[in-house]
Ligand binder design. Structure first.
Ligand code: SAM
Length: 237
């Protein structure tokens, strides 16, 4: 979905879609990525070790997988925030099962209009969330606002492999295999045609680094993971 076309309706559509697929999201996620997403989340944690954060905000936290991974850092508080209440409910159950309920709190909220005060967190993270924002620049500015000076943001997001033969394999998988499995398991018409379309429309790589710069960040780096299927962006305030 192109950012421009969707203005006005994208947020509601995304919220409804994730609320609808919430009970099947984790299964889909691990099935479609063959569990590689677990390795990527670990990379996010590693990239934050040197910051020694005590407080973390995980934006678009969904069912909380990144928040749970980040709880392995010596942190005092993690807030997982998401616009889809049903996703958070699944997350809360997982957090309780792991005995992490004193460390991780899940809160409903909109990443483009956060309730948190300026400079509230040592670190702000977002995994596979920014692609879904209705207004990307607004969301990035909000992330900049709520992180402390000297703090860091980590953004994990899908990207597109550019080298032969992964480029071709990926295109085939994304266009023909993924929407089919996605539709079958998620039982949601929009969900897995939305996924490849939103990845295709996302301003990845250098373009996304420019958007981070525009939001105010510095020391912006990108690390392409697994042939460039996803990219980890790190930026400081
Ligand atoms: C693909 S899921 C990723 C969830 C989780 N971070 C993960 O890695 O599994 C994208 C999430 O972004 C959330 N989202 C989309 N737009 C949002 C917004 N404006 N504010 C907060 N959350 C949003 C959706 O509700 C959904 O849970």
């Amino acid at each position: 979905m192109s950012e421009k076309k969707a203005v006005g309706g994208k947020k509601e559509m995304v919220q409804d879609m994730f609320n609808d697929i919430a009970p099947r999201y984790d299964l889909l996620n691990h099935l479609l990525s063959a569990d590689i997403d677990k390795i990527w989340r670990k990379k996010v944690r590693k990239s934050l070790e040197e910051n020694q954060p005590e407080t973390i905000l995980d934006v678009a936290s969904g069912t909380g997988d990144l928040a749970i991974e980040l709880s392995k850092l010596p942190v005092k508080k993690i807030i997982g925030m998401d616009i889809a209440a049903e996703m958070l409910d699944i997350g809360r159950k997982k957090i309780k099962k792991k005995g992490l309920e004193n460390l991780i709190e899940m809160e409903v909220g909109d990443s483009e209009n956060m309730k948190y005060k300026d400079a509230s967190f040592d670190v702000v993270t977002v995994a596979f969330g920014v692609r879904n924002f209705e207004n990307l620049d607004k969301g990035l500015k909000e992330m900049y606002r709520v992180v402390k000076t000297g703090g860091r943001v980590a953004v994990l997001e899908f990207s597109k492999p550019s080298a032969f033969p992964m480029k071709q394999v990926y295109q085939f998988y994304f266009r023909y295999i993924l929407p089919g499995i996605g539709k079958l398991v998620s039982r949601n018409e929009t969900a897995y045609t939305y996924l490849p379309n939103s990845v295709a429309a996302f301003p990845e790589g250098d373009e996304f680094m420019q958007r981070l710069k525009k939001a105010g960040f510095r020391n912006i780096k990108q690390n392409r993971l697994t042939f460039g299927i996803s990219t980890l962006y790190i930026a400081d305030k």
